[in-house]
Design a binder for this molecule. Structure first.
Ligand SMILES: Nc1nc2c(ncn2[C@@H]2O[C@H](COP(=O)(O)OP(=O)(O)O)[C@@H](O)[C@H]2O)c(=O)[nH]1
Ligand SMILES: [Mg+2]
Length: 331
């Protein structure tokens, strides 16, 4: 998209105003802006974000689980339910793997055909594939932009394994782990660390022939979670069965989410967690901007050291230290 209306591209303040007035194309364009990684765009983006402040109180929910666990289907069901309850729904996907595959890992369901046709829903399938190392930042900023546009129910789907779960955990209020009944931990690609990040464990696709296997998986996970320490939220992790095809388990899930939101708002965890997340984002931004700015100035030296480290001429730590130190000598 070139710009909103005329021949001149909008300035950051104009775009922010258009986002806050609820124009979908403006929101889409603003998210494209923050997905840019170019150093010269950082100032423009900062100005956009300065202006585009949230206009609503939101609930942010992150969803993880292996490809095929039904995350997109679950999100579409939750999203439709949230719309029915009067929320405005935004869906974002965080997909570091798209850097390599151009996003092809995202299946058809990611388009969320039903949800994306709703006027009060906004679906953004995946960050653009050229966001080098900036996927986390772009997603966190996209969440802010959605909230500026008045979307008060934000769903974030993680795609790919490893880093993306940890990143999403730092930007949502509730983190859902979707598992499939019957499959062992290894099959599910679940590391202990991911289970420990979850606020709710959902044994998904609990319908038809799969129901008995789902029940036993639920029992096994309830027992396993029992021995883990209570999460920092203070709420024990519940294991719930759900099907996003039949809708079974969704009313209970919805009630549980509302319960957690209420409990955490009363206990102060809601505010504390968001404050901690803002600090964590600041730290990430500071480090990343530092490296980007430095890289722009000292790319050649970086490549030279990379080569020397590969050949064993310099140690990796020494090279990194000297590369950073080049700042003082050449500034
Ligand atoms: N039986 C059953 N199938 C489901 C359910 N949810 C999703 N699926 C199917 O599982 C497949 C993968 O779903 P998708 O949402 O794309 O998974 P994702 O890769 O985790 O996003 C699709 O064929 C869905 O129709 C469910 O609750 N029950
Ligand atoms: Mg998906």
């Amino acid at each position: 998209m070139a710009n909103i209306q005329g021949s001149q591209p909008p300035g950051p303040a104009d775009l922010a105003a258009a986002v806050m007035s609820g124009k979908r194309e403006a929101l889409a364009q603003a998210i494209t802006w923050v997905e840019s990684n170019r150093a010269e765009d950082l100032v423009r983006n900062a100005e956009l974000l300065q202006h585009a402040q949230p206009t609503c109180e939101s609930i942010r929910i992150g969803v993880t689980g292996i490809p095929g666990a039904g995350k997109s289907t679950w999100i579409e069901k939750m999203g439709m339910d949230a719309l029915a309850r009067g929320y405005r729904v935004a869906v974002l996907a965080i997909d570091p793997s798209s850097q390599r595959t151009g996003g092809s890992l995202l299946g058809d369901k990611t388009r969320m055909n039903q949800l994306s046709q709703q006027p009060r829903a906004f679906v953004r399938p995946s960050p653009s594939s050229n966001v080098l190392g900036g996927v986390t930042r772009a997603t966190a900023e996209a969440i802010q932009l959605c909230e500026a546009a008045g979307y008060n129910f934000i769903l974030v789907e993680t795609v790919g394994v490893g880093q993306s779960e940890t990143s999403v955990r730092t930007m949502v209020d509730l983190f859902m782990l979707l598992l499939i009944g019957g499959a062992g931990d290894e099959v599910q690609g679940i590391k202990r660390g991911v289970v420990e990040m979850a606020d709710v464990v959902i044994i998904h696709k609990a319908d038809g022939d799969a129901l008995p296997a789902c029940r036993s998986t639920a029992v096994a996970y309830s027992q396993a979670l029992h021995v883990l320490p209570t999460p920092p939220s203070g709420s024990a992790v519940e294991v719930l069965l759900a099907s996003s095809i039949t809708g079974e388990g969704h009313p209970e899930l919805w009630a549980h989410i509302q319960h957690l939101v209420g409990t955490w708002k009363d206990s102060g965890w809601w505010v504390t967690q968001r404050a901690m997340q803002r600090n964590s984002l600041f730290e990430q931004h500071a480090k990343q901007i530092l490296v980007e700015v430095h890289m722009n100035k000292h790319k050649e030296l970086y490549n030279k050291y990379l080569d020397e480290v590969r050949k064993g001429v310099q140690g990796p730590f020494e090279a990194a230290r000297r590369w950073i130190a080049s700042h003082e000598s050449n500034a």
